[in-house]
Design a protein. Structure first.
Length: 81
């Protein structure tokens, strides 16, 4: 299953609701994950992150649209050149 463009806001907010950060990096990439969380919290949300990935499906084809959405809601990091 592939994620639809219309699902991007729900996907982003589902990730945010877990306590994970998700943000665009520049204009070409985005990152999200639990690496910056304490181990106990990371272990607690791992099943929810897997569920989100299963629910929304493959999203690589929407990378630029996800980046644009994240930037539109102020969740981005600029990279210096």
């Amino acid at each position: 299953m592939k994620m639809r463009k219309a699902d991007i806001p729900a996907f982003v907010h589902a990730v945010i609701d877990t306590g994970c950060e998700i943000c665009a990096v520049g204009h070409r990439w985005y990152v999200f994950g639990d690496g910056d969380l304490p181990p106990a919290q990371r272990d607690a949300i791992a099943p929810r992150l897997r569920e989100i990935e299963e629910t929304f499906g493959e999203r690589d084809h929407l990378k630029m649209e996800i980046v644009a959405y994240l930037r539109s809601i102020g969740r981005y990091i600029e990279i210096e050149r």
